[in-house]
Design a protein around this ligand. Structure first.
Ligand SMILES: CC(=O)c1cc(-c2ccccn2)c2ncccn12
Length: 121
């Protein structure tokens, strides 16, 4: 039988998984949980060239695809910016994206991260 390599998490992966869980808690309606489809959002794939969602971010963490915290933050910002690009300002999705971006970026302020160090080490 092929020996399965148990995926041990690097410190960065553990930090990113913690941040992702905290961000997902701020999206209770799960608007950002899965890729947006053209079915629910007409013309989405023509308007949004680089789609992003929490499930894709999770997969990238598990694949150790993020080299640093900023690459993770870039995908989080991309996900929120896509929502404010595609959706009109008077929609629940636009408003949810604005709030999520604000809350998510507060989590990665250096002083906030320092508080995390003790929790995660
Ligand atoms: C994030 C986003 O742009 C989004 C999520 C959704 C969504 C996500 C889950 C369930 C229902 N709708 C959506 N629907 C229509 C237009 C845009 N969206």
């Amino acid at each position: 039988c092929v020996l399965r390599k148990i995926a041990e998490k690097t410190p960065l992966q553990r930090l990113l998984e913690h941040l992702l869980r905290s961000m997902e808690k701020r999206d209770p309606q799960q608007f950002f949980a899965w890729p947006v489809t053209d079915n629910i959002a007409p013309g989405y794939s023509q308007i949004i060239t680089n789609p992003m969602d929490f499930s894709t971010i999770k997969q990238k963490i598990d694949d150790n695809n993020y080299q640093n915290l900023n690459d993770f933050i870039d995908d989080f910002k991309l996900m929120c910016d896509n929502a404010t690009t595609y959706n009109h300002p008077d929609t629940i999705y636009f408003k949810a994206a604005k709030k999520l971006l604000h809350v998510g970026l507060k989590m990665v302020i250096p002083d906030k991260l320092k508080q995390l160090r003790s929790v995660l080490v």
